[in-house]
Design a protein around this ligand. Structure first.
Ligand code: LMR
Length: 393
């Protein structure tokens, strides 16, 4: 039977993790996968998460099943963190999922169940796994141009031009903040224009919110999502706790749906729970419980926010340093956009050949489209990167 299987294309981000591991050079620099690293190169367990895990260890006396939706307290705390009450609670349905990827996958599954004729629109470029998942689920993918490589900014005229082709009921996947891979984000005014266009087209918005708190702040990064939530009768939101709680391997995410009214929300909830049941039954609990414990404890929540802010400020400082170093090394303002971008990533706009040279000659690893993980840098490696980029231009 297995002879019928074809080799699968390798995910370029995951492939890079292995190549980096296999490289014996001691001065190599990993700017590949989107994982936060502190100045010493460690991806720390956040203080509040560690304290929550201790609390769980001390008090948990059973590991029996909880709910098909995942712990209800997690669902309500996450709805609050993301939506802050802007939509009436009785219009919301949600399930805990294994990471943001689990939420994206089940969100696309739900979209297909509701409208098998939908096309899913993604930004060009987008996170590679978006396209892979949509194709795997079996919906057609269409791309809207998003990025102007020469300026490093959003190509907003192209966004509007391409989204004008969307048909009623098509799903439009939007990055709520911290666009992956470009780092270039819509301004509040541009968000309003996109929303007005999608309303006019009767499109169905699905938001991927994987980096809340990594851009400008927890509330600022949720602003676009909240605006979308209040502008459409129906919305899907796939969110991740991997980055903002640092619980990558524990797989904590959530899929939230907004329905037109309370009656529909109950049916949607039943469908979400059904999707969990068909896919893996109960979602994993550990990371979800740690997140819930942090959000339900005022002291832990305050400490988490403090550490998240330190993390964000660290990335912003690295952005400023890198933009500065690149300006000096290249004697131009070509890369100033790095300082304006937000989140973990910036797309440098280098060719694949230049990216290969950076890896082979300088031991600097980035995704082949020239996406760098800002959080993979530190004060020592910023000048190394800037010098090396200038050398391959
Ligand atoms: C990334 O884009 O690097 C992250 O979302 C990690 C992943 O799974 O690809």
């Amino acid at each position: 039977m297995f002879e019928a299987l074809k080799a699968q294309p390798q995910d370029k981000i995951l492939q890079l993790i292995q190549m980096f591991k296999d490289d014996p050079r001691t001065d190599k620099v990993d700017l590949g996968v989107g994982v936060y690293k502190d100045a010493t190169g460690l991806t720390p367990v956040m203080r509040a998460v560690k304290a929550a895990e201790k609390k769980i260890w001390d008090t948990q006396d059973s590991k029996t099943y909880t709910a098909l939706t995942g712990e209800p307290g997690y669902n309500s705390a996450m709805r609050q963190l993301i939506l802050d009450g802007v939509v009436a609670g009785d219009r919301l349905s949600s399930i805990a999922t294994p990471g943001g990827t689990g939420a994206v996958r089940l969100g696309i599954d739900l979209a297909k169940m509701a409208n098998p004729g939908a096309t899913v629109w993604v930004s060009k470029p987008t996170w590679g796994n978006h396209i892979s998942i949509i194709k795997f689920v079996g919906l057609p993918v269409a791309e809207y141009r998003y990025f102007h490589a020469a300026s490093g900014e959003v190509d907003f005229a192209a966004v509007l031009e391409d989204l004008a082709q969307v048909k009623a009921g098509d799903v439009v996947l939007l990055h709520g903040c911290c666009h992956n891979p470009t780092g270039a984000n819509l301004t509040p005014d541009q968000w309003k224009q996109v929303i007005a266009l999608l309303q006019a087209k009767s499109a169905f918005p699905m938001v991927d919110l994987a980096y809340q708190g990594f851009g400008d702040g927890l509330d600022q990064d949720a602003e676009a999502t909240r605006l979308i939530a209040t502008s459409f009768p129906e919305v899907l939101i796939a969110a991740s706790c991997s980055k903002n709680f640092g619980v990558y391997r524990d797989r904590a995410g959530i899929l939230i749906s907004i329905s037109k009214d309370a009656e529909q929300a109950k049916i949607t909830q039943g469908n979400l729970s059904y999707l969990n049941r068909q896919t893996y039954s109960f979602p994993p609990d550990h990371g979800i419980r740690a997140v819930m414990t942090v959000l339900e404890d005022a002291e832990l929540e305050a400490d988490w926010k403090t550490e998240l802010e330190e993390t964000r400020n660290g990335m912003l400082a690295l952005r400023a340093q890198l933009a500065d170093a690149l300006r000096k090394e290249t004697n131009s303002d070509r890369f100033d956009f790095v300082g304006r971008h937000r989140g973990m990533f910036s797309l440098l706009g280098l060719t694949e050949a230049q990216v290969t040279r950076l890896r082979e000659e300088f031991g600097i690893y980035m995704v082949s489209d020239s996406r760098i993980n800002i959080a993979g840098l530190n004060a020592r490696t910023v000048p190394v990167l800037a010098r090396s980029v200038a050398a391959v231009l």
